[in-house]
Write a protein that binds this ligand. Structure first.
Ligand code: ASP
Length: 350
């Protein structure tokens, strides 16, 4: 009897107590590798394992930087470089092709401590577009550079230049052919210097009805500063030098210590119209919403209303780490000092 009364009392106290606010972790990082129609039914075990391993390797790199006391900006750049080098993800090597058979890369980075930002669009020869975005921020008086000029600036700044064929993967080429056939558009010739079909990197069946991908990282450092970065090849069979949301500050990428850091992935045109990243941060900043509520408001309601699909990762300087996506899956992972690491793909995972 007494035991039961004590239990009931305990329950009452637990219900009355405000949810224990999680302490701000010393450092934290959240990453994504794209959202879309990613379902168990169309993913084989080997491919799934490869994606989880790719996420884990990138996350570990960011964690290493942050544990050593590196800045959020350093963590964002270092982690995205790993993802850009991984042919599984639609950024850097492994980027999707334009209808003309080129890889045109977009990237952006933003420093939440200073509100400085840098971005590039349509680059074709710079190995790490994210480093170029950061160099635009740090070594030019500008925020955004595009096309040839951006590559020229990269070369001048000493950033690694590659033959455009470096970005080629067979799997993305096959996706392009499929998309162009469906749209009844001509198939371009294989890029000069692309490896022969037999020699080039191929993967097993792909969960890739989703035409997009993109990688993104948000980080919180020991100093309490946050940053965001995004890098992408954009959308398969894009034309006319199309640019998506990733390099548009406020659309696919945004960071402000006073609100949040966000990186997005999805059908960029919709993310641009809603200035998704900035809108989420504005809801946090001016409406005092929790980060999860703000992210869900934009991703699950506003985007859905205009039929935009995709998702975001985000964090705040006080250690709220969230993601929100309205697609069946999103490659994603998070780590923070003193908290368990999470690596997930499907909707039914944490
Ligand atoms: N948001 C990117 C774009 O529209 C694509 C993606 O996230 O997959 O370029």
């Amino acid at each position: 009897m007494i035991r039961r009364a004590l239990l009931a009392l305990g329950l009452l106290v637990a219900l009355a107590a405000p949810a224990a606010a999680q302490e701000r972790p010393k450092w934290a990082i959240v990453i994504h590798g794209g959202a879309g129609v990613i379902e168990r039914a169309n993913m084989d075990a080997k491919t799934e394992a490869a994606y989880r391993a790719g996420l884990a390797t990138a996350l570990a790199e960011g964690q290493r930087v942050l544990e050593r006391g590196g800045s959020a900006m350093d963590a964002v750049e270092a982690t995205i470089k790993v993802l850009e080098d991984d042919p599984l993800f639609n950024a850097g090597r492994g980027a999707v092709f334009t209808a003309e058979g080129r890889n045109e890369l977009d990237a952006a980075i933003m420093d939440g401590a200073t509100l400085r930002a840098g971005s590039v669009a349509g680059v074709t020869r710079t190995r790490h577009p994210i480093s170029l975005a950061r160099t635009v921020m740090e070594k030019s008086p500008h925020v955004m550079l595009i096309g040839d000029g951006a590559d020229q600036f990269a070369k001048q700044a000493g950033l690694e230049q590659v033959d455009p064929a470096y970005f080629f993967t067979e799997r993305r080429w096959e996706q392009l052919e499929k998309a162009l056939n469906a749209a009844r558009l001509p198939i371009p010739t294989r890029p000069i210097n692309a490896p022969s079909a037999a020699k080039s990197l191929t993967w097993g069946p792909q969960p890739d009805d989703h035409r997009f991908g993109t990688v993104g990282v948000v980080a919180l450092d020991a100093n309490g500063d946050i940053a965001a970065g995004t890098s992408t090849g954009g959308m398969t069979a894009k034309r006319w030098n199309r640019v998506g949301d990733a390099p548009i500050i406020g659309a696919g990428t945004y960071a402000d210590n006073r609100s949040c850091a966000v990186s997005a992935t999805g059908s960029g045109e919709y993310f641009i119209r809603l200035t998704v990243a900035r809108t989420i941060c504005a809801l946090v900043q001016y409406k005092g919403m929790s980060l999860q509520a703000a992210a869900d408001e934009v991703v699950q309601k506003q985007l859905v209303d205009i039929r935009g699909d995709g998702g975001i990762i985000a964090l705040t300087a006080d250690g709220q780490l969230v993601w929100s996506f309205n697609t069946p899956g999103m490659y994603r992972a998070q780590a923070a000092a003193g908290r368990p690491t999470v690596i997930s793909i499907y909707k039914d995972e944490p």
